[in-house]
Ligand binder design. Structure first.
Ligand code: TYD
Length: 146
């Protein structure tokens, strides 16, 4: 299951979503519906897979996008930073997702070779929504959140 492995002194609280799994003697099935399974209508789905050893991804925040990330296979570590505090979460179960709201810097690392990281998003892809430089992110937080 998802475990909170590290917290700063004043930690942000990552929002973990627990998905209901339909289990029977054939195996397991998780269905995620927009608005009920995740707190938004799903407009985009993408997945990150066959990540090479040692690769780190992410290193950005979004101005408006909300996402939920689920390791539907394998595992990775998600590092989150809201500009004031940080948390790291191990994603290692298809039954849990992490909600990533706007204004949160994220970094993903320690992908297992078999990791498939599924991401559900409330907006279509829009490069102008990205903040890809950390100093710019900190500035954006100061201007938009305080
Ligand atoms: P990138 O933002 O670098 O991924 P990560 O956040 O994991 O570091 O995206 C990799 C490439 O994929 C980049 O060329 C943009 C493209 N892309 C899309 O076309 N649509 C999408 O929905 C996403 C997330 C990325």
């Amino acid at each position: 299951m998802v475990s909170l492995i590290e917290l700063d002194r004043i930690a942000m609280k990552p929002e973990i979503i627990n998905f209901r799994s339909c289990n029977d003697d054939r195996g397991k099935l998780v269905a995620i519906e927009g608005a009920s399974g995740v707190p938004f209508d799903i407009k985009r789905v993408y997945y990150i897979y066959q990540t090479k050893e040692g690769v780190e991804r992410g290193f950005h925040a979004h101005r408006a996008l909300t996402q939920v990330a689920v390791a539907v296979a394998g595992s990775c570590r998600m590092h989150l930073d809201n500009g004031f505090s940080r948390a790291s979460v191990d994603l290692n179960s298809p039954e849990y997702g992490i909600l990533i709201k706007p204004g949160v810097w994220r970094e993903m690392r320690e992908f297992s070779g078999d990791c498939v990281l599924l991401v559900l998003a409330d907006q279509h892809y829009d490069e102008s929504d990205y903040i890809r430089e950390y100093p710019e992110f900190k500035q954006w937080i100061l201007e938009n959140k305080v």
